[in-house]
Structures are given as C-alpha cells and as structure tokens.
Design a protein around this ligand. Structure first.
Ligand SMILES: Cc1cc2nc3c(=O)[nH]c(=O)nc-3n(C[C@H](O)[C@H](O)[C@H](O)COP(=O)(O)OP(=O)(O)OC[C@H]3O[C@@H](n4cnc5c(N)ncnc54)[C@H](O)[C@@H]3O)c2cc1C
Length: 226
C-alpha cells in the first residue's frame, strides 16, 4: 500500500536485475510496488539517500516488474548509482506524475524521441498504441533501443542517426542526421499530433519548426534534461 506523503503516493521498491542495451544505456528491472498505477507515458520518481530523479517506465502496469531504460550519464550521480547498485538494493518510489499521455485525434501522430526519450513511446506501443510515425534520434545505431518492438507498432519507424559511417545504411533505413533536420526538411506538410520527448533543446527546436511548417498541429512534450 502507498504511504501518505503530501500529494505524492510513495512506495518502496528494490532492484531485481539489469540488462545492457548499449555501451551507454541499460534496462533496470525494479519490483513493481503493489498499488502503483500509472498510464503509459507518465513518469515516476526514484529516491535514494536524499537524491531524487524522475524516470519514465518502458513497461506497462500489467507486467510483473517495473522496467526503466536508463542512460549512464558521465559524472551523473543517480544514473551511476543505478548502474552499479547490487540486486536487492532498496529505493523509494513516488508517483505517477505528468500528463504525457497518448491522446488520439483525427490527425496523424508523430512521435519524436532523442536517446532514452523513447521510453514513453515503448510503453505506449506495449499498451496497444499503433499507427504512429516514430523518429528516434541517436548518435550511433547501437543506441536504437527497442527498435524491433517499435518498428512493429509504427506505421513508419525512422532512426535518425547523427554520426553514421558513410555508405553503411541507405537513407530509406536510417536518416543520416538529427530528428530536427528531418522535421525541417523531409516531413511532408500537414497537420499532425506531435509528441516530443528527450533533450530539451530538441523539444524547443521542433516546437519552433512546427510553428513555421505545420500550422494547426498539436504538440505534447516531455523534457528529460537541458
Ligand atoms: C520527466 C523526466 C523523465 C525522465 N526519464 C528518464 C528516463 O526514462 N531515462 C533516463 O535515462 N533519464 C530520464 N530522465 C533523466 C533523469 O531524471 C536524470 O536526470 C538522469 O538519470 C541523470 O541523473 P544523474 O543524477 O545521473 O545526473 P545529474 O548529475 O543529475 O546530471 C548531469 C547532467 O546529465 C545530463 N542528463 C540528464 N539526463 C540525461 C539523459 N537521459 N541523457 C543524456 N544526458 C542526460 C544533464 O545535462 C544533466 O545536467 C528523466 C527526466 C525527467 C525530468
């Protein structure tokens, strides 16, 4: 049962395991507290020894564990702790928080993520959301986490890789550039529902491109940092 703590339902959890996704990122599996309910796209807050950080589950509420996709940030306190802590380590957990939820309309959904910002879209796809275009911006192909699952649910899945070896992939498989370059120069004009998640600079830049090129579109956004 949640413990009362102001507006935040709070729980305890512990680390059940960890799976490497790339040199920089891993999936961490936590005990899913009884009573924790959330909607895919919402975030939770983890706490440990006075530190608190927010994460967006890639798993959905019906699953046995709570799974997070975490990037180990160079010099970052909490992500380093999550990388190194032993299985069984206890943590505080509160939430859920936020309103970054899939809200279908008559317009085509375009999901745009950078790095681990793909997390809410993985959870939305796992909950049955399909038919979206997904642009996933990363610096190298090995950072295309959850690509197979996302490709299955999407009507178009387009990795946007900023540092790609010349000639290794065709433009049809991978866009060799940033997600912002694609939205500015390649996305056909129209009215869309944009869902943006990840680096704050990407979110700001896409919003300004939408203002110029896609009038009438809706924008939902979640900033992880920056
Ligand atoms: C709503 C929300 C949801 C989030 N969901 C996730 C998630 O699902 N997965 C995840 O890995 N992180 C997520 N984050 C970021 C997370 O909360 C931490 O900021 C991150 O783990 C770094 O914490 P730290 O203590 O290691 O580094 P800190 O010492 O707090 O930060 C060091 C610097 O790292 C940079 N940074 C922070 N997060 C990232 C990142 N993901 N990629 C690259 N650089 C980063 C920032 O520039 C920051 O100033 C989310 C943040 C928010 C606000």
């Amino acid at each position: 049962m949640p413990e009362a703590s102001g507006q935040k339902p709070s729980f305890s959890t512990s680390i059940r395991g960890r799976r490497r996704l790339s040199e920089k990122a891993f999936e961490i599996e936590l005990l899913r507290p009884d009573g924790l309910r959330w909607i895919p796209g919402q975030r939770i807050q983890l706490s440990w020894e006075g530190l608190e950080r927010e994460y967006t589950p890639v798993s959905i509420p019906g699953e046995a564990s709570l799974r997070l996709c975490v990037r180990r940030v160079s010099g970052g306190t909490f992500s380093t702790f999550l990388t190194e802590a032993s299985v069984g380590t206890s943590l505080g957990l509160s939430g859920p928080f936020g309103y970054f939820l899939y809200q279908p309309s008559g317009h085509r959904p375009v999901f745009i993520a950078t790095g681990t910002g793909v997390a809410p879209f993985v959870a939305m796809a796992a909950s049955g959301v399909t038919g979206f275009t997904l642009l996933h911006g990363v610096s190298a192909p090995e950072e295309l986490y959850y690509a197979d699952r996302l490709r299955t649910a999407a009507v178009r899945y387009l990795p946007c890789v900023s540092r790609i070896p010349a000639g290794r992939f065709s433009d049809r498989e991978i866009f060799p550039g940033r997600v912002t370059d694609f939205v500015r120069s390649r996305l056909p004009e129209g009215i869309y529902d944009f869902y943006l998640c990840g680096r704050g600079g990407m979110v700001t830049e896409v919003i300004s491109i939408v203002d110029e090129r896609f009038p009438g579109s809706r924008v939902f956004s979640e900033r992880f940092f920056g």
